[in-house]
Design a protein around this ligand. Structure first.
Ligand code: AMP
Length: 189
């Protein structure tokens, strides 16, 4: 029998949002990764766009966010602005009844507004590497409470030459954290 979201021990508010989004059964990548992420394991996941990979990492992360914490607890690094917006929307929908605050941060968009938004309560930040580094270096994006790092479309980030920047971001994060790498292909690097 196929697993439903109700079989996972998720918060009621999250189940309600998943139901409203019309997700009934878990996709393959969700079945194989959500239980491990809920347990705090690090994962490397091979998954294509359209497989439900965004929800695969967003559902367990949303479930485990501590609302009272003021500083970001999850950082999702993506290669493009389009993907940042898409992921932010998915998390916004999943987190609506948990009242989660999610921000998208990318280049060629007003810096000051991002800096201001980062000064408020933020639970989850989704962004592209260059602009994320800017905000980390300026102290706008506080990294000391980040307990989840997601690298989404990692192969694309590699292709676009973001490896060094991703390494810079990783160095700024607490070593005690869950790291999740999602990629359509698995190059050596
Ligand atoms: P992604 O692979 O994250 O780009 O997701 C592809 C599409 O699948 C998105 O439009 C999601 O809204 C949708 N989706 C994700 N999980 C499920 C699910 N369990 N059931 C139905 N649709 C889903």
């Amino acid at each position: 029998m196929n697993k439903s979201f109700k079989d996972l021990s998720l918060k009621e508010e999250l189940l309600k949002a998943i139901d409203l989004m019309g997700y009934k059964e878990l996709t393959k990548v969700q079945k194989e990764s959500i239980p491990h992420i809920l347990e705090g394991k690090n994962l490397v996941v091979k998954s294509q766009t359209g497989s439900g990979k965004t929800a695969a990492y967003s559902i367990p992360i949303c479930n485990n966010i501590d609302w009272d914490e003021r500083y970001p607890q999850a950082l999702i690094v993506v290669p493009t602005r389009e993907l940042a917006i898409q992921v932010k929307e998915e998390i916004f929908n999943l987190g609506r009844f948990l009242r989660l605050k999610v921000l998208d941060i990318y280049g060629k968009s007003p810096y000051r507004r991002q800096a201001r938004d980062l000064g408020e309560r933020v639970h989850i930040v989704v962004g592209t590497p260059g602009r994320l580094i800017d905000h980390i270096e300026k102290g706008n994006l506080k990294t000391n409470k980040i307990s989840y790092l997601v690298l989404d479309e990692s192969d694309e980030m590699l292709n676009m030459g973001f490896l060094d920047q991703v390494e810079t971001i990783i160095k700024a994060l607490p070593s005690e954290r869950t790291s999740l790498l999602f990629s359509a292909t698995m190059p050596e690097d």
